[in-house]
Ligand binder design. Structure first.
Ligand code: UDP
Length: 369
């Protein structure tokens, strides 16, 4: 295939979903490229040399409240129940995280049994801040000083190399606080993991005669004049050659370690707020449910070098991003280039959220077809 209708830059969740929709529903010829050697973006999973399936770029706990989205993805995968349980280690004790009744009872040596008791107790701890403007204020206004210091401050300093005061409220605001004993990491209605992994799901999605995938391929190697429409899912500042300044991104380094035991941890993820350079240890086998006699633990070290992972939510970055956003709007109008996804919109989206974004963009692009 040489004569394409659309170029899609990036074969992560956004690129794969748009490629699939454009190819199957709109019968477009799609050129899908990625500079990495695989599809699935940061959802990529593969067998480690030990044979254990790992999430190479950090754990992805798929969840959604959107039944239609789940049904759509079910065309490409079967699912297994998502077992997303996280504990936080603090002063040598393990606590359920997000904070819930069990966390409160253990931390404060209480014996609450009812939700309203926990609610009023947490309210008595919380600091009265009406409109929190940063992550510190947000957490203090929800759970007060002691829990903030135990579970949020140290972890956030490591994760971002910034004080929670310097981060927008939405960063720590992603984490719920519960009054019941629900120990699941997230609240969503549907919490499932692709049975054979994310890579298999995205490979199935883009396996279509109208989609030509080229891996190890850089955008700049291509002649843009050959495409009527371009969908760009890479970093927005890179697209514009950093002319409005560099956006800051936080990255991660992973140290994967095989252990010749069936399991090492009690649950998939342990967060460390007061020890180690790494933020968390992840044993993804608890989620993938792979049956094997060995296991792999991954230790995550946040860093400012490496691939862009997390947009850093603060005023300066927001200011720079707004400039890129208006350049992007111009680019869409003048040259039919569309920007979508975590990197292109500089926004901390979860996997289900970026897929929703991709489906919405598909509707927008094709509404006049
Ligand atoms: N966070 C924290 N303590 C924890 C877990 C998370 O303070 O034990 C904060 C931290 O700033 C983190 C943010 O909450 O970046 C969002 O956490 P989440 O687990 O959603 O991060 P992700 O899995 O996307 O890295």
């Amino acid at each position: 295939m040489t004569n394409y209708d659309v170029l899609i830059v990036g074969a992560g969740p956004v690129g794969c979903v748009l490629a699939e929709r454009l190819a199957t529903i709109s019968n477009k010829r799609v050129h899908l490229i990625d500079k990495r050697k695989h599809v699935a973006g940061n959802c990529f999973d593969e067998k480690h040399e030990s044979g254990v399936l790992i999430h190479k770029y950090g754990p992805h706990y798929f969840r959604t409240n959107n039944k239609q989205l789940l049904d759509y993805l079910s065309n490409y995968t079967e699912w297994i129940e998502g077992n997303y349980y996280v504990t936080c280690k603090y002063k040598n004790e393990y606590y359920p995280f997000p904070i819930n009744r069990l966390t409160i009872n253990k931390f404060f040596d209480k014996n609450f049994t009812k939700e309203d008791e926990v609610k009023s107790f947490i309210e008595s701890l919380s600091v009265n801040i009406e409109n929190p403007i940063n992550s510190e204020e947000f957490v203090l206004s929800r759970v007060g000083q002691q829990l903030y210091k135990a579970f949020y401050l140290g972890y956030t300093l490591k994760q971002w190399d910034l004080h929670p005061k310097e981060l927008g409220p939405s960063v720590c605001g992603r984490i719920p606080v519960r009054y019941n004993e629900d120990c699941r990491y997230v609240d969503h209605l549907y919490q499932f993991t692709p049975k054979l992994g994310f890579t298999s799901m995205f490979n199935n999605m883009v396996n279509h005669k109208n989609i030509h995938i080229q891996l190890n391929k850089e955008f700049k190697e291509l002649d843009r004049k050959n495409y009527k429409t371009i969908i760009y899912t890479g970093a927005i500042d890179e697209y514009f050659n950093y002319k409005e300044g560099k956006l800051q991104w936080r990255s991660l380094e992973f140290n994967f370690k095989e252990v010749k035991k069936e399991f090492v941890q009690k649950n998939v993820q342990i967060n460390y707020s007061d020890e180690f350079k790494y933020t968390r240890s992840v044993e993804i086998k608890h989620v993938t449910k792979q049956e094997c006699s060995n296991t792999v633990i991954s230790y995550e070290y946040p860093t400012n070098n490496g691939d862009p992972y997390y947009p850093i939510s603060n005023l300066e970055n927001e200011r720079i991003y707004e400039k890129y956003k208006s350049l992007a709007e111009q680019e869409t109008k003048l040259n039919n280039v569309y920007f979508c996804g975590r990197l292109a919109e500089y926004k901390y989206y979860n996997t289900d959220e970026v897929i929703e974004k991709a489906l919405a963009l598909y509707e927008k692009i094709t509404k006049n077809d």
